[in-house]
Design a binder for this molecule. Structure first.
Ligand SMILES: [Zn+2]
Length: 203
């Protein structure tokens, strides 16, 4: 039985490195892995999945309205696909997550999705919401807050280095993201009294 997997984490947890390593393991055994990455903020047809430690692989782009079941089925008819990997899976549409479920159920191909659980405001992304709802297996990729606790949240820092409290879900600019535990996320967002506040400005 092929499964639909969702590996989720806050920012910078090494998800992409895990994806590329897993895809490499398939290819090393002579198996065919099909790779997708979100093309919402990129041009062209071919994209690249690259990790911070320098690994890189070519990937197909997915955008809103694409039928991912049809794309995998067509590729699979030409040459056997042994696994499908999706990076930036938080950007999948609800319907596309169902299509990937069908890839597992009807084509018998495992689908491994990697992405963020929540945005900088602590809200689920569309793809994450659907994956958390229907994936067969959920796997948390752990990363740590500056305090050493598990980081499950992310704050967005604007070009001025200040924490953004509102704005579009995705910013295309010089923003940076920092992973935090829930307690420190609430403090940085100004939602709770900063008990042991470290603060970005004081670092
Ligand atoms: Zn913390």
């Amino acid at each position: 039985m092929a499964k639909l997997y969702f590996h989720y984490a806050a920012m910078d947890a090494g998800k992409t490195t895990m994806l590329l390593q897993a895809a490499y393991n398939y290819r090393e055994r002579g198996m065919n892995a099909m790779l997708f990455i979100a093309g919402h903020y990129k041009k062209g047809e071919r994209g690249y999945i690259s990790s911070r430690i320098g690994l890189e692989a070519e990937a197909e782009m997915f955008r809103d309205g694409d039928d991912l079941f049809a794309r995998v089925a067509e590729h699979h008819a030409r040459e056997t696909v042994h696994a499908v990997f999706v990076d930036e899976a938080q950007f999948l549409e609800d319907e596309q997550v169902w299509q990937l479920g069908r890839v597992a159920d009807r084509l018998g191909i495992p689908v491994l999705c990697y992405g963020l659980r929540t945005d900088f405001q602590g809200k689920l992304f569309s793809g994450s919401k659907a994956l958390l709802a229907i994936a067969d297996e959920l796997r948390e990729v752990r990363t740590v807050c500056r305090c050493g606790r598990k980081a499950t949240m992310v704050v967005r820092l604007g070009p001025d280095g200040k924490v953004a409290k509102q704005g579009a879900q995705v910013a295309i600019g010089k923003e940076a993201y920092v992973s935090l535990c829930r307690r420190h996320w609430e403090e940085e967002m100004g939602r709770t009294e900063p008990d042991d506040f470290l603060g970005f400005a004081t670092r």
